[in-house]
Design a protein around this ligand. Sequence first.
Ligand code: ATP
Length: 152
Amino acid sequence: MQMERKASTIRSDLEQMLLDETTEPKVLPLSLLEDITSDFSHDQEIGSGGFAVVYKGILGDRAVAVKRMSDACMDEMKFHRVVKCLMQVKHKNVVRFLGYCADRQGNMARYNGKLVMADVHQRLLCFKYIPQGSLDKYIFGDIWHQNSAKGV
Ligand SMILES: Nc1ncnc2c1ncn2[C@@H]1O[C@H](COP(=O)(O)OP(=O)(O)OP(=O)(O)O)[C@@H](O)[C@H]1O
């Protein structure tokens, strides 16, 4: 009961942040990001880049973009640097950064027949959701379209 109240408070905090542009980015619990992305479900995947898979996080009739960094591409130090930079950028042409999550869990798994404790890292960034899709489509869309029509 207590936990449920806490989870809904954090969810409403994030909803409130979307309404108030002056709120600073904050640390977000993994449980909230799992909840709003339906456990990073394939159905809520909106794209992927060189370092991450991006999911739509649903908050009632609003949405956020949750960027789940690949462990291989983003070590802890790099992630800290990225978060630090994002927290300092506020510009009308840069998508609003809402928060971050760095979580580490020990996961007991079998390796070469033995049980070993493996560290599982989750590094996530949360941004305002931009509904129009990738910028690539706007910049290169026509060129790709024309080239593919020409068979280039
Ligand atoms: N804030 C957002 N709102 C809506 N969709 C987004 C948002 N951020 C990313 N996406 C979608 O996810 C895709 C991947 O984004 P991501 O930022 O991971 O990679 P990228 O910008 O394409 O490349 P790179 O990995 O070099 O940064 C984008 O092309 C876009 O379709």
